[in-house]
Design a protein around this ligand. Structure first.
Ligand code: G4P
Length: 529
C-alpha cells in the first residue's frame, strides 16, 4: 500500500466523557469489533496488570482512575484506527487537553440518565474551539434515562453543539426495544430476555411499512414514526462537510455494555471521520500528505515498564513517514537524533516498528531529551502550535526535605515538569519554587515519583494564589510596566519557558491590577493571540 493510501486509511481519535459515562466500556467494545481483543474486560484487566507491576501505577489503582493516556490501535474494515485514551479524572484534565491536540476527531460519550456533566462540558469546549469533528454517543440506553429529545436539547444548549441524530432509540430502560438507524435505514432489535445481544438487524427503508407494527408492536411503531417525523422536522440533514468542519455533530444512541449500537457507531465513524488532518505550525500549515516527516510530542509517560527506568515520549505524526534509525531533527535542541526502537501501539500492546504513517503515534524511548510540544522534522525549522499551559488551580511551595539530594530533586522536578505533570514557577523575589497543578492529587504523584524515581524527598507549603496570569506588556519600556514590576514584585514569577507570570492572590487583586495597568495584558493561558 502506498503512502497516500496508508495516510487515508488512518483514523486517529479520542473518546471523551465524564468519568463513569462508559468510555472504557466503549473503547473495549470497539477493540472487540476490531478483533484486537478476544474478551470483554481486557482493557480494564490490562490497566490492573500494569498497576501490579509498577509502583507508580499503584496510585492510579488506588484511586481507581486512569492516570495514563494510552494508545490503542486496531484494524477495522481495512481502516487503521488509533484510539488515544484520555483520563477522565478532572485532576488530569490538562493531560487530556494535550491529547486533544493529537486527535483528528472525537467521540463524546454521554450517560443517558445523567445527561451532560461538568467534565464533558470542559472537554467539548476545547474541541469546539479547535473545530475538531465530534460524534456524540448516548450510552446506557438499557437503563431508564432522560427523554431522547430532551437530551438532544441539553447537548445543544450545554455543549453549544448543533446536533443531528443518526440513530434513534425505540423505548428505553425496561421498554428498550432497539434502535432505528437513520443513517443505514434499518432496525436493530434488542433481545428481550437476555438483553445482552442484538437479536437481528432488519432493513427498513420505509418506516411506514406495516410490518413494523408486527415486529415492535403498534404503540412503539406509532411512537417511532412520530419521533422520526419530529427528527426530520427539527434537525438538519446530516452533512459530512459540516461534521468535518465542526459545525454539525451526529448523535448515536446505544449501550456499550450490551454491545448495542456500537457497530453502527463504528461503521459510520470509519466512513465519515477524517483521515489525518493538516496541522498549523508557527511557520505554516502542514498537510498530512507531505512526504517529509513532521511530528510533535504530546505526551511523555514515565516508567511504563518498571524494568526500564526511562520515559516514553508519544509523538503524533503529522506528515511523512517515521522510519526506524533515520536521523530526524529535534528542532528545539537543533540536534539530529536516530531512534533504534520506536514503538508502535497495537491493541493494548506496544511493539517496535520500522515505519509509521501520518495519524500514527510512535513511542520514543527518552532519557530526558524531550518535553511536551517538541517538534521532530527532517530538517525544517518548524514549531507546532497549540499546547498551551492553563492557569493551575492549586499552588504550593516545594521544599527540599533531604539536603544531600538537592541535585536529584532539581533533576526530578525538571523532568516531571517536562512531562507536563504540573507547572513550575520560580519567584523573582527569592528564587523559591512553586508547583502549580490542576488537582491536588498531582502533589501526591510528584512526591511519590520524586522519591521512587529520583531518590529525592520534598515537602510542600501552602501558597495562596487565585490565578496565574501570563504577562504581556504592550510596551516593555513604558513607565506603567516598570511600575507594575516594582509594585507587584512579590507576585511575579518565571515559568519554565522563561515567560513572566503574575500570581494573583485574589480575584479582587487581579481586577485591581488589570484596571491599574491597562497596557500590561494578563492572559490565563501561556499562548495568546
Ligand atoms: P468510564 O471509563 O467512562 O469511567 O466508564 P466505564 O466504561 O468504566 O463505565 C462505568 C460504569 O458504567 C461501569 O460499571 C460500566 O459497566 C457501566 N456501563 C458502561 N456502559 C453501560 C451500558 O451501556 N449500560 C449499563 N447499564 N452500564 C454501563 P461499574 O459497575 O462501575 O464497573 P464494572 O464493575 O461493571 O466494571
Amino acid at each position: 500500500m502506498d503512502f497516500k493510501a496508508q495516510t487515508l486509511r488512518r483514523r486517529t481519535f479520542g473518546i471523551i466523557s465524564h468519568p463513569d459515562a462508559g468510555k472504557t466500556t466503549l473503547t473495549e467494545k470497539l477493540l472487540l469489533f476490531g478483533g484486537a481483543i478476544q474478551e470483554a474486560g481486557a482493557v480494564k484487566n490490562n490497566k490492573i496488570k500494569k498497576t501490579a507491576t509498577s509502583d507508580f501505577m499503584e496510585i492510579e489503582r488506588q484511586r481507581g482512575i486512569s492516570v495514563a493516556t494510552s494508545v490503542l490501535a486496531f484494524i477495522y474494515k481495512d481502516k487503521k484506527i488509533n484510539i488515544l485514551d484520555t483520563p477522565g479524572h478532572k485532576d488530569f484534565a490538562e493531560d487530556t487537553f494535550r491529547t486533544l491536540t493529537a486527535v483528528d476527531s472525537v467521540i463524546v460519550v454521554i450517560d443517558v440518565a445523567k445527561g451532560v456533566e461538568a467534565q464533558t462540558e470542559k472537554l467539548v469546549e476545547v474541541c469546539r474551539m479547535r473545530n475538531i469533528p465530534m460524534i456524540v454517543f448516548i450510552n446506557k440506553l438499557d437503563r431508564e434515562g432522560k427523554d431522547a429529545f430532551d437530551l438532544l436539547d441539553e447537548v445543544e444548549q450545554k455543549l453549544g453543539l448543533s446536533v443531528t441524530p443518526l440513530s434513534f432509540p425505540i423505548g428505553m430502560g425496561y421498554d428498550f426495544k432497539g434502535i432505528y438507524n437513520i443513517y443505514e435505514k434499518n432496525i436493530n432489535l434488542f433481545s428481550g430476555d437476555s438483553r445482552k445481544n442484538i437479536e437481528e438487524t432488519l432493513a427498513f427503508d420505509d418506516i411506514e411499512n406495516p410490518e413494523l407494527d408486527t415486529i415492535i408492536g403498534e404503540n412503539a411503531a406509532a411512537e417511532l414514526r412520530e419521533n422520526l417525523e419530529l427528527v426530520k422536522g427539527v434537525y438538519p440533514e446530516f452533512d459530512k462537510e459540516a461534521y468535518l468542519n465542526g459545525s454539525l455533530q451526529p448523535v448515536f444512541f446505544g449501550s456499550a455494555l450490551n454491545n448495542f449500537g456500537v457497530r453502527e457507531l463504528l461503521d459510520c465513524f470509519i466512513e465519515i471521520a477524517p483521515s489525518p488532518r493538516a496541522k498549523m505550525s508557527e511557520e505554516r500549515l502542514v498537510e498530512a500528505h507531505e512526504k517529509d516527516l513532521t511530528g510533535f510530542v504530546f505526551k511523555i509517560h514515565a516508567n511504563m515498564d518498571p524494568k526500564h527506568r526511562d520515559r516514553l515520549a508519544f509523538v503524533k505524526i503529522v506528515s511523512g513517514t517515521f522510519e526506524r534509525n533515520k536521523p530526524y531533527l529535534h528542532v528545539r535542541h537543533n540536534k539530529r537524533m536516530k531512534f533504534s526502537s520506536p514503538n508502535a501501539f497495537f491493541a493494548e500492546k506496544k511493539e517496535i516498528v520500522d515505519i509509521s504513517y501520518p495519524g500514527d503515534i510512535v513511542g520514543l524511548h527518552d532519557t530526558g531529551n524531550f518535553k511536551i510540544g517538541d517538534t521532530l522534522t527532517e530538517g525544517e525549522i518548524l514549531h507546532y502550535k497549540g499546547i498551551p499551559s492553563f492557569s493551575p488551580e492549586h499552588f504550593r511551595y516545594i521544599n527540599n526535605a533531604d539536603p544531600m539530594k538537592s541535585k536529584q530533586l532539581q533533576k526530578g522536578i525538571d523532568q516531571l515538569m517536562d512531562e507536563g505533570v504540573a507547572q513550575l514557577f520560580t519567584l523573582e523575589m527569592n528564587g523559591r519554587k512553586v508547583i502549580g497543578t490542576v488537582g491536588a492529587l498531582q502533589y501526591e504523584v510528584i512526591q511519590y515519583r520524586l522519591e521512587h524515581e529520583y531518590s529525592a524527598k520534598c515537602t510542600y507549603e501552602n501558597f495562596p494564589v487565585y490565578k496565574a496570569c501570563w504577562v504581556a506588556p504592550e510596551d516593555k519600556n513604558n513607565d506603567e510596566f516598570k511600575e507594575f514590576k516594582r509594585i507587584k514584585h512579590k507576585f511575579l514569577a518565571i515559568d519554565k519557558q522563561g515567560q513572566m507570570v503574575f500570581l494573583a492572590d485574589s480575584q479582587f487583586s487581579l481586577q485591581m491590577t488589570q484596571q491599574k495597568y491597562p497596557t500590561v495584558k494578563l492572559h490565563f493561558t501561556s499562548e495568546y493571540e
